[in-house]
Design a protein around this ligand. Structure first.
Ligand code: 0O2
Length: 268
């Protein structure tokens, strides 16, 4: 049997995981910077461990020479969302990228078609182009899109299944099924109050941004023009902040902008 150079074999997959993770994380930051709800909560990625690749090859009767073509989830990206609705948005965004910086080869909707185990997640299989030292190259990758609740369940179930090598005792299987149902109900309930949650997040984000802007301006006024009333501004800020009135904070921020203009202080 031919010896596989695993380090060299896995290198392009690592590159693909790193690039894809960065792309989707940047997308999430863009939404947040524009004070919009990001359908992407966070992004994880991993290259399958050699032991898991060998186990899968053995389970599916795949010859070692065909591992690269037949095992399509050696590179894996996981996009975690808050709401089920966000999953549709992420899928839509991936469709837009299809043929641009990735190519979709297959989709598996385990949300509509929940697996008998109770597993829910949306899988998109892709090929991803890489430029390596030996030239252009396409690697297969699997993107799993799921809510936090689906992810929690899947992670727990995966480790339990691993511990029992797939042969779960009946009572454990029943409990996991119940937990899958609870996870489904949680997603449903959160979906009903999605609007409220998104609005609350927007207000918190807006308040945090305002506080950052105000403190930056006070700091600049203090250090750049030795503004002797900086302490007084800080006191006023704390008073308004503790009152928790967003409009007053906005007004105070505008007042500081005028002051900064008057003293010719550049601020971002
Ligand atoms: P790992 O360790 O996460 O990489 P199939 O063709 O259906 O027999 P295949 O090719 O594995 O199987 O595809 P499938 O079913 O879409 O599964 C791909 C991955 O989805 C799995 O990879 C798991 O990560 C996840 N998954 C699928 N079913 C379940 C499930 O019932 N429970 C949990 N927790 N995860 C699941 P691996 O290689 O199995 O595992």
């Amino acid at each position: 049997m031919e010896i596989i150079d695993w380090v060299g074999f896995l290198m392009p997959y690592e590159q693909a995981v790193n690039e894809l993770k960065l792309k989707f994380s940047n997308l999430a930051s863009d939404f947040k910077k524009q004070a919009q709800h990001s359908p992407i909560e966070h992004v994880d990625g991993r290259v399958k461990r050699v032991a898991s690749i060998l186990e899968k090859a053995h389970r599916k009767n795949i010859d070692y020479a065909h591992i690269a073509e037949k095992i399509e989830d050696i590179a894996g990206i996981r996009i975690i969302c808050k709401f089920v609705e966000d999953i549709d948005k992420v899928v839509e965004m991936l469709h837009i990228r299809d043929g641009i910086d990735l190519t979709i080869t297959q989709e598996r909707d385990y949300i509509t078609n929940t697996k008998p185990s109770g597993y829910r997640s949306y899988h998109i299989l892709i090929t991803y182009p890489l430029i390596t030292t030996s030239g252009p190259f396409r690697v297969a990758a699997e993107i799993q899109i799921r809510t936090m609740s689906m992810d929690f369940w899947a992670t727990i179930e995966h480790s339990i299944k691993y511990k029992y090598s797939g042969n779960l005792p009946d009572d454990l299987q029943t409990r996991l099924k119940n937990a899958a149902e609870a996870s489904f109900q949680l997603d449903k309930e959160m979906g009903y109050i999605r609007g409220e949650i998104v609005e609350a997040q927007r207000v918190v984000q807006q308040r945090n941004d305002l506080v950052d802007q105000i403190l930056r301006k006070v700091e600049k006024l203090h250090f750049m023009v030795k503004f002797d009333k900086a302490n007084e501004l800080n006191r006023q800020f704390m008073e308004i902040y503790e009152e928790g009135n967003l409009e007053k904070l906005q007004g105070f921020n505008q007042q500081l902008s005028l002051m900064a203009k008057l003293y010719n202080v550049q601020h971002s």
